[in-house]
Ligand binder design. Structure first.
Ligand code: GLN
Length: 498
């Protein structure tokens, strides 16, 4: 049962083939069996999950109407606050903190009857591309335990690939949903900015942060998307408009007559050979399914990474000021009458990791008087140029596509001491965040040279999220008929999973 899709599990719950309590217990058993090696979870909420599952079973037994994913388990990225459940955002500074409230995403999951198994590992405050920046040790890629599962949401994607959960929540500021999906052979979607509430998402870079659904199939991602999306008065940037019909699009998977634009700048030198060949083959499949493939150019994307690494650290230097040793989690050095300033400094010194400090310093510098216009101001201008590139490209294509990442999963430790090499992972994902549009990554095969998953990225205009689901579902169906079985059935971690 645990290797099925969330949608199939939901059907099994509906028909009475299994109860949510049993399904949840099966996943808890799987976590107990494999998470020692994978380390996808920072906290497993055994009692909370089982009692949620029993409540859904009871509601069903009474004939109450429940949501389409009711009773299906989910893994929650540890950047989302959940009332009473330890929430660290991968940082020592929040160790032991139990939030007094639920994020809107959590409230929606609970009311949809989705069972929250626990909190997943991540790079500290979502800064990273490998989970190696977690204060609690890295997560291992279930395809090859010596490799990274991507980041920052590597725990969520690894949990999906290891069959520890069929659904997960991620957050994506520069690629943290899509890049982990790509390197683990799973599906991840960054909705249009404002499509899913940020209330209760521990902020990294507020103008870029966006929560979204992760799963093993496009339809599962769509079902979860509709469960968590929608206007929220508690988030001032939340969009007050109907949620795009992503489930309908995923069910139909229709790309006939659709124009698919290949972004010239995101598919050239620097991309691994096997990544490019799988990407090109996928384009042929989409053309066979009735889409028209065109080439588009986005000349300003070349500056996206540099601009992101000014905007994101600038916003983080402000957002992370709230960790002041007074309000949450850790407090160091207040036992001998030290001043508040000393306690704050000591706590931040001990509580934050190296990458977080690097970004706070970078952001503080970029925002300082005399440098503000040169750095932050220029970066904002680049952001406008990137938006214009997208507007132009979308005038000749309905969606845009590229490989999600330049390479497959690299080895743990390989880039840990080279921040620039690490930042380059997000070269193809960052433009989407800068423009606030939608982006999806889905698996399109294994790279012949290393046998590791390759991600295919689909980008859709703001508020047109359904388009990326149409393309994703069409490609997934075409690939499935070619492979005969889902990509994840080839994963070594499948051993022992039924
Ligand atoms: N890897 C990027 C970074 O380190 C993106 C992270 C994210 O999307 N949260 O900032």
């Amino acid at each position: 049962m645990i290797t099925r899709s969330a949608h199939e599990m939901a059907n099994a719950l509906e028909s009475g083939e299994i109860t949510s309590e049993k399904l949840t217990q099966d996943h808890l058993d799987r976590i107990a069996a494999v998470d020692g090696e994978v380390h996808a979870f920072l906290y497993v909420d055994t009692e909370g999950a089982l009692s949620q599952a029993r409540a859904v079973d009871a509601a069903r037994a009474k004939g109450e109407k429940v949501g389409p994913l009711a009773g299906v388990p989910l893994a929650l990225k540890d950047v989302m606050v959940q009332k009473g459940v330890p929430t660290t955002a991968g940082s020592k500074i929040l160790e032991g903190w139990r939030p007094p409230y639920d994020a809107t995403v959590v409230t929606k999951l609970k009311s949809a009857g989705i069972v929250i198994l626990g909190k997943t590992n991540m790079d500290e405050f979502a800064m990273g591309s490998s989970t190696e920046n977690s204060a609690y040790g890295p997560t291992h890629n279930p395809w090859d335990l010596t490799r990274i599962p991507g980041g920052s949401g590597g725990g969520s994607s690894a949990a999906l690939a290891a069959f520890e959960a069929p659904l997960a929540i991620g957050t994506d500021t520069g690629g943290s949903i899509r890049q982990p999906a790509a390197v683990t052979g799973t599906v991840g979607v960054k909705p249009t900015y404002g499509g899913v509430s940020r209330y209760g998402l521990i902020a990294f870079s507020s103008s870029l942060d966006q929560a979204g659904p992760c799963a093993r199939t496009v339809l599962d991602t769509a079902l979860l998307h509709e469960a968590i999306a929608g206007h929220d008065p508690k988030d001032a940037t939340s969009i007050d408009a109907p949620v795009p019909q992503v489930v309908k699009a995923a069910r139909e998977g229709d790309v006939k007559g659709m124009k698919i634009g290949v972004v010239k700048e995101l598919n050239g030198d620097g991309y691994q050979t096997g990544v490019r060949s799988r990407f090109e083959e996928s384009l042929e499949l989409l053309a066979k399914a009735g889409a028209e493939i065109v080439e588009v150019s986005c000349p300003n994307f070349e500056y996206a990474l540099a601009a992101y690494y000014l905007i994101a650290p600038s916003e983080c230097s402000s957002n992370l000021a709230r960790f002041d040793a007074m309000r949450y989690g850790m407090r160091v050095g207040d036992d001998n009458g030290a001043s508040a300033e000393i306690v704050m400094n000591l706590t931040r010194e001990v509580g934050f990791g190296r990458e977080v400090k690097r970004r706070i310093i970078l952001g503080t510098y970029a925002l300082s008087s005399g440098y503000y216009d040169a750095y932050y101001g220029s970066a904002q201008k680049v952001r406008t140029l990137i938006m214009q590139d997208f507007t132009n490209a979308f005038s000749s294509a309905d969606v845009l596509v590229s490989p999600t990442c330049p390479t497959t999963a690299f080895k743990i430790g390989e880039k840990a001491d080279d921040p620039l090499a690490m930042y380059l992972n997000d070269i193809a994902t960052i433009p989407v965040n800068m423009a606030g549009i939608g982006g999806m990554s889905l698996p399109c095969g294994l790279a012949p040279e290393d046998g590791l998953p390759v991600g295919f990225q689909v980008m859709s205009p703001a508020m047109q999220d359904q388009r990326m689901y149409s393309v994703g579902a069409a490609l997934e169906a075409a690939l499935l008929s070619q492979w005969g079985a889902p990509l994840l059935s080839q994963i070594p971690a499948l051993a022992g999973a039924k």
